[in-house]
Design a binder for this molecule. Structure first.
Ligand SMILES: [Zn+2]
Length: 342
């Protein structure tokens, strides 16, 4: 794949339009054809915002992951949906998300829905636009499933999910998807206290059957739930083991961390391309194109432009749409300013 230097990309998610968010809480008032139309319209809106910003690579904005039935967990059998948040009051945070119970064999007879999402994106996007699909990796996906007798700990749940994610990756490649991000932020959040070698083994077994058949990347952030991080926000514990990930590109959160440990991208760059988070999805300060250009200049001290991509720190789903849109526009302009100087 011949890629533009300082390629401008996104991670995966994009904010829902207000009407979609309202509708997703009131799906019983819509018929299946209404929902289908609504999802198409939302994906068209997400494509429009990304294409007009001028991004080199776009996604469907994960606009179809509306509710339990349309999210990954809704595609899994052997789980019982947890409906109630364990903490309903107080400031918004990760601990307000319920966990699902395991009640049988974990299987996904109809896949995880990502192939259908990709095919929809392919139909609705401009013909020559580079497209990407995103899918959570098995360790991250296991985070909301409660271990039981059959699956006694998080790693056992992960092992059960691994072949399900791998099959979805294979099916994505068969559907013509040329670029896939496997989101494993739980690995970056826990690298400081879990076995990083074990994470690498899990990751590489997940992607082994599609390696070399499409461009693979992973997104390693420190969490974003309603604008709040959840992880220990250091990259150093991931190294050197994470350099063994079988990926073409790694994405790291930088803007929100004020570019702490930016020098470590040179380590990743020995093995893979690096996408650096140059806009902060948690802040409503809108980075100017000049801010972005300055940040790219810092990156270029540690990596060559052909190996560098720029992105928001994380998916944009937790950022208001007006801000997300302007941040993408400015990010692309900043990258273009720097390309001209190359
Ligand atoms: Zn993230």
């Amino acid at each position: 794949m011949n890629l533009t230097p300082i390629r401008t990309i996104v991670i995966g998610s994009y904010p829902f339009p207000a009407w979609l968010e309202y509708a997703s809480g009131n799906l019983d008032q819509f018929g299946s054809a209404d929902v289908e139309e609504m999802i198409n319209d939302a994906v068209v809106a997400a494509i429009h915002d990304q294409v007009t910003a001028g991004l080199d690579l776009i996604t469907d904005g994960e606009q179809t992951r509306l509710d339990f039935n349309l999210s990954f967990y809704g595609f899994l059998q052997g789980i019982k949906k947890e409906t109630k948040s364990p903490r309903l009051w107080g400031p918004p945070a990760h601990d307000q998300r319920g966990k699902h119970q395991l009640i049988g064999d974990l299987v996904a007879p109809n896949g995880l829905g990502v192939v259908q999402e990709f095919l929809r994106l392919k139909t609705l996007a401009p013909k020559d636009q580079a497209l990407k699909a995103s899918i959570p990796g098995p360790f991250t996906l296991s985070g909301r499933l409660l271990p039981n007798n059959q699956y006694p700990d998080r790693y056992a749940v992960t092992e059960a999910l691994l072949p399900i994610v791998r099959t979805e990756l294979e099916d994505l490649v068969k559907a013509g998807c040329q670029e896939i991000t496997i989101d494993e932020p739980s690995m970056s959040c826990y690298a400081y206290k879990e076995s990083t070698k074990r994470f690498v083994d899990i990751f590489n077994r997940t992607v082994e059957s599609v390696e070399g058949k499409c461009r693979l990347s992973t997104h390693l952030c420190f969490g974003n739930f309603k604008g709040h991080p959840v992880g220990y926000r250091r990259i150093a514990p991931m190294l050197p083991d994470f350099l063994d990930f079988k990926v073409d590109e790694v994405h790291v959160e930088m803007a929100n961390r004020e570019f702490a440990e930016i020098e470590l991208i040179s380590e990743f760059a020995k093995k893979m391309d690096v996408a650096v988070g140059v806009v902060d999805v948690k802040s409503y300060y809108i980075e100017t194109p000049e801010d972005v250009a300055e940040r790219i200049k810092i990156c270029l001290k540690y990596i060559s432009p052909d190996k560098l991509a720029v992105a928001p720190d994380c998916g944009l789903s937790q950022t208001a749409r007006w801000a997300a849109k302007q941040k993408l526009v400015n990010m692309v302009q900043g990258a273009q300013m720097m390309r001209k100087q190359l």
